[in-house]
Design a protein around this ligand. Structure first.
Ligand code: Q9C
Ligand code: ZN
Length: 567
C-alpha cells in the first residue's frame, strides 16, 4: 500500500525511444507584460520602494530559461500562446467580468488602481488584458491538442494564474480561471473529442476556490485540491477549502478538499494523500483526461507557501497520475514564487511527462500526525461517494508518522533576516553550497576516528560518538536566514568547514568544524582576535535570548565581553 520507500510506477514508461512521448510546451513573452505597476515605483520615488510583487514576469521567464539551458525544451513540442475567445470565457465567467478584464488595459493608471482595490490581491496594468487572454487561450490550446491525441501531454507556462478567479471577480493574482475555461471548453464545445469526465488536480498551496465554485454541481468534473487551510486562516480564507465542502446536487462527492492544518508539509505528506486519497479515487472515477492546476508554491523555499515539496516530490506525484487517462495530462502553471524552486519543479515534471528516465529515489520522512488526521477526515467525509474510501486504513500505515513541533518564532521574522536576498532561495541548494563531503573530515590524533571516514559505512551518530569534544547548536529556530548567518559568521571566523553528516527524518544534519592547526594557531595567541560581524553577533544574542537564559542586555554584554577575551 504505502510506498514511502521507492517509487512503484514503471508501468507507463515508454519502453524505447521510438515511442517517445509528445509533450507540448506553451510559452509566450507577451504574458510578461502583465506586472504590478507599483514595481516601477522605486524608479520614480526611491523612498516609496517596497517589496516587488511575487507574481512577477520573471516567474515564467525563469522557467522558460531553465528548460532551455537544460535542453528539456528542445525535446518538447513548443507552441506559441493563443488568445482565448470571449465565447469560451463565457463558459465560466459573467459578461461583466469579461468586460472588466477586456477594458482594464485601455483605461488610466488611476482608474486601474481604483478597480484593482475593489478586489482581493489584484493588480492591473496596460499588459493585463493581453496576458489574461493569452493565459486562458494557451491552456485551451494545449488541452485541445492533448484531448485530440496530437500531444500525449502538455505544460502551459502561463501567467496570470487562474484558480482563485471566480465567475464574477478576479482574485488572488488571478484574472481568468484558465483551467476552468479549458475544462468547460472540452466538455461543452468539443463533444467530438469524447472527453466526458475530467479530473482537476489542484496542488497549488492555496485552495482553488474559483474552480471549486465553477464545478460545484457538476459530476463531470472531479475537483481535487490539496492546500494549506490552517483552520480557515490561510489565503483565500473562510471555509471554502474545508473538507466538508464536497459539492452539491448531482455534483455531490465530486469536490474533494484536503486542507493542511499547518505549514511545513512536504513530500511524505503529499504522497500519503496521493496513496490514500487521490489515486484510489482517480481509479474509481476513471477520468478521460487530467488537468493539473500546477502551482509550485508548496515547494521548498517558496516565500508564501511555507511547505516543503521537493522537485522529486512533484515528479513522484505527477508520475502516479500518469497511469490514468492513458497519460493524457495537461498542466497549467498557477502560483509559485521562488524562481529557482518553480524552475526546478517544472523541469522535474516535464522530465516525467517525457518519460525518458524512471522516477526513482527515496523518502526519508514520514507524514505528520496531522496529515493522517486530515486523510482520515476526508476519507470519512467522502466514504459514501467513493467505495474505495470506506475501507479502514491499517494501523501499520498510519503509525508511520512524525510529530509536529510548533516553532515558537520571535516577534518579527524580517528584523533578523540578515540575508534578505537569499531567504527565498532554495534551501536544499544553500545546503549543497555549504556542505562538504564527509570525507573531508580529518582527525588524525587521539583514539578518535581515522581519516577519510566513510559516510557509506557509518552513520553520523556512530562517527561522532567517537569524538570527545562536541559543539552542538540546537536548531529549532534555524530558519534559513539565521542558518546562513551562522555559516557566514563561522566561515569568517574559524569554523571553515561545514560538514554534511547525513539526513535524519529528512532533516539535514550539519556540523561546523575547524582544522586542528587552527586550534593550535589560536591557542598560541598568534591569531589576532576579531569581533564577529554585526549580523553574526546579533544572531548569537538572539539565540541566547530565545533560550530564555539571558535578557537582551545581558546577552549583548556577554557577547561583547567574549569577543575581547583571550581563549
Ligand atoms: N494577507 C496564487 O498562488 N496573498 N495566488 C494575500 C494577504 C494572496 C496566491 C495575503 C495569495 C494569492 C495563484
Ligand atoms: Zn497559490
Amino acid at each position: 500500500m504505502a510506498s514511502y520507500g521507492f517509487n512503484d510506477q514503471y508501468s507507463s514508461m515508454a519502453s524505447d525511444s521510438s515511442e517517445r512521448r509528445r509533450v507540448g510546451l506553451i510559452y509566450d513573452e507577451r504574458m510578461c507584460l502583465h506586472s504590478d505597476p507599483n514595481d516601477l515605483l522605486p524608479l520614480v520615488k526611491p523612498d516609496k520602494a517596497r517589496e516587488p510583487h511575487p507574481e512577477c514576469p520573471d516567474r515564467i521567464r525563469a522557467i522558460w530559461n531553465k528548460l532551455h539551458s537544460s535542453g528539456i525544451a528542445q525535446r518538447c513540442v513548443v507552441m506559441e500562446g493563443k488568445e482565448v475567445e470571449d465565447k469560451h470565457i463565457e463558459l465560466v465567467h459573467t459578461k461583466k467580468h469579461i468586460n472588466l478584464i477586456k477594458n482594464v488595459s485601455s483605461t488610466t493608471n488611476l482608474r486601474r488602481e481604483e478597480l484593482a482595490n475593489k478586489y482581493s490581491s489584484i493588480y492591473f496594468n496596460e499588459g493585463s488584458t493581453e496576458a489574461a487572454y493569452l493565459a486562458a487561450g494557451s491552456v485551451i490550446e494545449v488541452a485541445e491538442k492533448v484531448a485530440e491525441g496530437e500531444l500525449d501531454s502538455a505544460f502551459a507556462i502561463v501567467r496570470p494564474p487562474g484558480h482563485h478567479a471566480e465567475e464574477n471577480q478576479p482574485m488572488g493574482f488571478c484574472l481568468y480561471n484558465n483551467v476552468a475555461i479549458a475544462t468547460r471548453y472540452l466538455l461543452d464545445n468539443r463533444p467530438d473529442l469524447g472527453i466526458k469526465k475530467i479530473l482537476i488536480v489542484d496542488w497549488d498551496v492555496h485552495h482553488g476556490n474559483g474552480t471549486q465554485k465553477m464545478f460545484w454541481k457538476d459530476p463531470r468534473v472531479l475537483f481535487f485540491s490539496v492546500h494549506r487551510y490552517d483552520s480557515g486562516t490561510f489565503y483565500p480564507g473562510g471555509d471554502d477549502g474545508s473538507h466538508v465542502m464536497t459539492g452539491d446536487g448531482l455534483g455531490k462527492g465530486y469536490n474533494i478538499n484536503v486542507p493542511w492544518e499547518h505549514d511545513r508539509c512536504g513530500d511524505a505528506d503529499y504522497l500519503a494523500v496521493w496513496d490514500h486519497l487521490l489515486i484510489p479515487v482517480a481509479k474509481e472515477f476513471g477520468p478521460d483526461i487530467i488537468l493539473i492546476s500546477a502551482g509550485f508554491d508548496a515547494a521548498i523555499g517558496d516565500p508564501l507557501g511555507g511547505c516543503r515539496v521537493s522537485p522529486y516530490g512533484y515528479a513522484v506525484m505527477l508520475n502516479k497520475l500518469l497511469v490514468f487517462a492513458r497519460g493524457k495530462i495537461v498542466m497549467a502553471l498557477e502560483g509559485g514564487y521562488n524562481l529557482d524552486s518553480i524552475a526546478n519543479s517544472v523541469q522535474a515534471c516535464i522530465e516525467v511527462l517525457l518519460q525518458q528516465k524512471p522516477v526513482i529515489g527515496t523518502l526519508e520522512a514520514y507524514p505528520f500526525e496531522s496529515t493522517w488526521r486530515v486523510i482520515q477526515a476526508v476519507r470519512k467525509e467522502l466514504s459514501s461517494f467513493w467505495k474505495t474510501l470506506a475501507e479502514r486504513l491499517p494501523e501499520k500505515v498510519t503509525s508511520m508518522r512524525t510529530p509536529f513541533i510548533q516553532v515558537v518564532s520571535s516577534d518579527s521574522e524580517d528584523e533578523y533576516d540578515n540575508f534578505p536576498n537569499r531567504v527565498s532561495q532554495d534551501l536544499e541548494k544553500d545546503i549543497d553550497n555549504v556542505i562538504q563531503p564527509f570525507s573531508d573530515l580529518k582527525v588524525n590524533d587521539g583514539p578518535g576516528i581515522t581519516s577519510q571516514a566513510s559516510i557509506i559505512s557509518h552513520t553520523w551518530r556512530a562517527e561522532l560518538s567517537k569524538i570527545d569534544i562536541w559543539y552542538a547548536a540546537f536548531g529549532s529556530n534555524m530558519k534559513l536566514s539565521r542558518f546562513l548567518c551562522y555559516i557566514a559568521g563561522g566561515q569568517n571566523g574559524w569554523y571553515h568547514n561545514v560538514l554534511y553528516l547525513g539526513k535524519e527524518n529528512g532533516i539535514p544534519i550539519l556540523t561546523m568544524t575547524c582544522q586542528l592547526s587552527d586550534v593550535d594557531y589560536f591557542k598560541s595567541g598568534k591569531a589576532s582576535m576579531c569581533k564577529p560581524s554585526k549580523e553574526y553577533a546579533n544572531t548569537l544574542i538572539r539565540g541566547l535570548v530565545e533560550g530564555k537564559q539571558l535578557t537582551e542586555e545581558e546577552a549583548t554584554s556577554y557577547i561583547q565581553q567574549a569577543t575581547n577575551r583571550p581563549l
